[in-house]
Design a protein around this ligand. Structure first.
Ligand code: GAR
Length: 209
């Protein structure tokens, strides 16, 4: 089967992007990482992409007067490259309805909390402040809300008494790096069936040698 074309959108340091690139290099994630796009010119994620020989594009939001125009610029880049799957890996900008509708069931996001708890920014700090005993991360489809789409995979970690927001975030990040490539692989294999809010994971197709 031909590999699906993946685009990764990232705003920052890009460790989730790196986990994706490493999983591809290890043969665990069988996609073609075709482009990495950032809304920040200085994002280390762009360097990680270049290091891996992947096209890296900075789209400057300041060059567009509305979010809609900015989103349309992204849509054009993605359509030109015939992207099948879009992974939001620490992408800190909300995608508008036009973007989301252009790629139905093809956009996935990693969020550093057990949704629906603690959506939005600094989720690990929100969880730590709230005093939960279990924290974690979620990979979900992106819909028109903020962190509200159907859940694909989640992983839990304990919150320890002497944790700081930073130590908790680091523990969660290890799990992010594990489940995000897994979820993308499931989507690439067409094994995710959305039933309302639920996502059913279908069994793997038998090997076709
Ligand atoms: C990750 O923890 C990711 O879950 C989070 O940003 C971090 C990016 O790190 N995303 C969000 O908070 C989205 N709302 P990275 O750039 O090293 O992958």
């Amino acid at each position: 089967m031909e590999k699906k074309a993946l685009a990764v959108l990232a705003s920052g340091r890009g460790t989730n992007l790196q986990a994706i690139l490493d999983a591809v290099a290890a043969g665990q994630l069988r996609v073609d990482v075709r482009v990495v796009i950032s809304d920040r010119g200085d994002a280390p994620a762009l360097d990680r992409a270049r290091q891996a020989g992947v096209e890296a594009i900075f789209v400057n939001p300041r060059q567009y007067s509305t979010r809609r125009d900015f989103d349309r610029a992204l849509i054009a880049i993605l359509q030109e490259r015939k992207i099948d799957i879009i992974a939001l890996a620490g992408y800190m900008r909300i995608l508008g309805p036009e973007f989301v509708r252009t790629f139905p069931r093809r956009i996935v996001n990693i969020h550093p909390a057990l949704l629906p708890a603690f959506p939005g920014l600094e989720a690990q700090t929100q969880a730590w402040r709230y005093g939960v005993k279990i924290a974690g991360c979620t990979v979900h489809f992106v819909d028109e809300g903020v962190d509200t789409g159907p859940i694909i995979l989640q992983a839990a970690v304990p919150v320890l008494d002497d944790d700081t927001p930073e130590t908790l975030a680091a523990r969660i990040l290890v799990e992010e790096h594990r489940i995000f490539p897994q979820a993308i692989q499931l989507l690439a294999e067409n094994r995710l069936q959305i039933e309302g809010r639920r996502v059913r994971i279908l069994p793997a197709a038998p090997d076709q040698d």
